[in-house]
Each structure stands twice: as structure tokens, then as C-alpha cells.
Write a protein that binds this ligand. Structure first.
Ligand code: KG4
Ligand code: ZN
Length: 366
């Protein structure tokens, strides 16, 4: 039986609803139709604060979620009673923001008397890279899309504003986390450095744009920020506080401002470009370095899957093109938080031994 799943994502600053149809064969899910992919970002609300304000995020989700779900149903040409399951991000995330999504999803599942599936947000980020790496909402909505069969064993790298996870996957369902960040997540470091340079929130795309201007102007890695870690304890861990402090020290040196807040307004535009370029390359080289370490210790690895907001970065994609293993990035449209990845993750969780024979492992209700 085909399933029609409505998925809800509200863990941070995107309110997202997707509706997908899962086409099942006898044993497993083989294709999908993404019937609706609605993502409403709250960047404008958080921008003035230079980062996500949890209380504002929760209120904004609450104000919009009902309308976004109705829009999704309308775009999918469906009535709510045609849905067969609801999926929702259970965490990790901002608690108030998560509660809005979970309560909305639970209310809907209860009213329709259909199952509610709880999904882990960090696991879900990888699902588009594993199953549907080429999806574009501009051209692929409502089309029948075959699911990709990923090759294992694999390494997975999930790099977002809240997470930096390096894992080893022996198969689609078995993930061992090798390393996480000791301090800031990679995307968080992009956001914080952008703030020091006086750029808009979210900082990742702004840094990428500025670094590109630097490259077009012929600048190279002037500042050579440190990206290597001492590797005494865990050769798979990440750390971004050192690079961030190095950026702060350079800005103080360049502006002569020894104390107090740094806003970037006293920096010449060319210096900003050079800092953005050198920071971006150091941040990405650390990711590359950790993956190279992993490959030395896991020579059986056949593929590298990369996902999360930072995976949209073009320099990131360029830097990772020299591995011998197959490198698969999530499609840019499914890198940042969205609900299609939440719906796709239910396929991974249900496909253990065949979609129809196995109950979903993580029902919240039913
Ligand atoms: O996955 P995501 O939407 O949310 C979390 O789960 O955290 O990731 C958002 C993060 C932000 O820190 C943002 O600055 C970063 O992804 N990001 C980028 C780029 N686009 C978004 N970082 C670097 N380069 C980009 N082009
Ligand atoms: Zn995320």
C-alpha cells in the first residue's frame, strides 16, 4: 500500500511542512512523489539579533504552522483525510519551537486517527543525501522519483548550525557516531564570524559570497587561520573556537580596537573579504582533515554522504571533490532545515526488513 505522509519540522527557525507519497513494492519503498515542500524561514525575525531567539522562534512557528499545513495540502491537491501518517521532528532542537511542531502533529494524527512517527532531526538531515540527492523543488514536485540505493560502508558528515557529526554507516540503518564538535558547530562558527564582520544573519551564505568576491579579486589565504587540531584525544572531533578567536584577534589588530564589542564596521571592505576567504577555507579544511583521518582508519569505506545547512557551500563541494570514494552531497534545496528530509527519514526507519512487514519503530501514538 502506498503511504501519504505529512511531515512537520519546527526545531529551529524554519517552519516546514512537506507531503510525500511513498510508493512501496512488496518488500520496500522504491520511489516517492514529493507532493508539497513548504519551508518558511524566520530569518527576518532573528536577523536584528544576529542569531536565533528561542522565544521568537516558538511564537513564529505557532503563528504560521496551521496556514503552512493548509497551503501544503492545497498544493498537494489533497484533503487531510487522505493522509495515512504524520511524521514530526522530535529533537534535537529548541524546546519551545519543537513543542509547537510536535503538538500540532500530534493533534492532527489524533484527529485523523492515523499514526504519528517521531523523527530525529540530525538523522533526518542525511536522508536526502542517501535517498534523493538530486531533488529540486523547482522541477521535481509531484514527479515519480526513484530512490537511490546508497553504497556502504560509508562515512556521513552532517554539518549545520547546531550540529557537526561525523559517523560511520555500515548500512543504511546502522550509524556509529565517531566525532562531534567540542565547542561550536561549523555553521555556528560561520554565523559568529559573520557577526564579527558586520554581516547579516545567517552568516554562512554571506561569508561564502564575500569569500567569492575575494577570490575574484585575486586574494589568496592571507591569514592562514589554524584548522589542525592536536588529535590527542579523538582524531574525529571538531573544534571551531580556536579559529573564531584567531579571527577576533586579527580584527582587533586590523582595527586597533583592543577591548569591547566588535561590529566589523571599522574594517575596510577588502580586509573583510580576506578574513571571510581565510576563515571559510580554514573551517572547511578542518572538515576535510577529519574525513581524511577517518578514511585512513576505515579503508573499507566506499561512499561519503554530506548534509546539513553548511553543505550548500560551493567551496565545500569543490574541496571534497578529490576523494577517491564516491562523494554524495544532499541536494542544495534539502540541506537547510526542511520537512521533506523528515518524511524521507521515515522510509529509512521503516525499511529495516521491508516496509509492510515491520511496524514503524518509533510511534508516539498508536
Ligand atoms: O541545517 P540548518 O538549516 O539548521 C540547523 O539544523 O542548524 O543549518 C543552518 C546553518 C547556519 O549556521 C548557516 O549559516 C549555515 O547553515 N549555512 C552555510 C551556508 N548556507 C547555510 N554555511 C556555509 N556556507 C553556506 N553557503
Ligand atoms: Zn538542521
Amino acid at each position: 500500500m502506498n503511504e501519504i505522509i505529512l511531515a512537520v519540522e519546527s526545531s529551529c527557525d524554519e517552519t516546514a511542512i512537506s507531503i510525500i507519497e511513498i510508493i512501496n513494492s512488496e518488500k520496500k519503498s522504491e520511489a516517492v512523489r514529493i507532493l508539497a515542500h513548504e519551508v518558511e524561514s524566520q530569518h527576518a525575525s532573528h536577523g536584528p539579533f544576529g542569531g536565533v531567539v528561542p522565544e521568537i522562534a516558538a511564537r513564529d512557528h505557532l503563528a504560521k504552522i496551521y496556514d503552512i499545513a493548509n497551503t501544503a495540502l492545497k498544493k498537494a491537491d489533497l484533503k487531510s483525510d487522505q493522509l495515512t501518517k504524520i511524521a514530526v521532528t522530535m529533537g534535537p532542537g529548541l524546546i519551545g519551537a519543537l513543542m509547537v511542531g510536535v503538538l500540532f502533529a500530534r493533534g492532527l494524527a489524533t484527529a485523523l486517527n492515523i499514526p504519528l512517527i517521531a523523527v530525529n532531526h540530525v538523522d533526518a538531515h542525511l536522508a536526502p543525501a542517501l535517498l534523493l540527492p538530486n531533488f529540486s523543488p523547482k522541477t521535481d514536485l509531484k514527479k515519480l522519483l526513484n530512490l537511490r540505493t546508497p553504497t556502504f560502508p560509508a562515512i556521513a558528515l552532517t554539518v549545520s548550525g547546531g550540529h557537526c557529526h561525523l559517523s560511520y554507516l555500515s548500512d543504511i540503518k546502522t550509524k556509529k557516531i565517531l566525532g562531534t564538535t567540542l565547542d561550536d558547530a561549523c555553521g555556528e562558527a560561520f554565523d559568529k564570524v559573520a557577526k564579527l564582520l558586520g554581516l547579516e544573519y545567517p552568516g554562512g551564505p554571506e561569508i561564502e559570497k564575500l569569500a567569492l568576491v575575494a577570490e575574484q579579486n585575486g586574494f589568496s589565504d592571507n591569514y592562514q587561520f589554524p584548522f589542525k587540531l592536536s588529535d590527542k584525544e579523538n582524531i574525529y572531533q571538531f573544534s571551531y573556537s580556536g579559529i573564531k578567536t584567531a579571527v577576533m584577534e586579527i580584527i582587533r589588530k586590523e582595527t586597533g580596537i583592543k577591548k569591547g564589542k566588535i561590529t566589523g564596521k571599522d574594517l575596510p571592505f577588502e580586509t573583510k573579504q580576506q578574513i571571510a576567504y581565510s576563515f571559510q577555507i580554514a573551517a572547511l579544511k578542518q572538515l576535510h582533515d577529519r574525513v581524511a583521518n577517518t578514511l585512513k582508519n576505515y579503508p573499507d569505506v566506499k561512499s561519503i554522504f554530506i548534509a546539513g545547512g553548511v553543505a550548500q557551500n560551493k567551496k565545500f563541494r569543490e574541496l571534497f571533490s578529490n576523494f577517491q570514494q564516491e562523494v554524495v552531497f544532499a541536494s542544495p534545496a534539502l540541506c537547510s532545515d526542511n520537512a521533506t528530509m523528515i518524511a524521507l527519514q521515515t522510509i529509512i526507519e521503516a525499511n529495516i526488513d521491508g516496509f509492510q512487514n515491520q511496524p514503524f519503530p518509533k510511534y508516539v501514538t498508536k
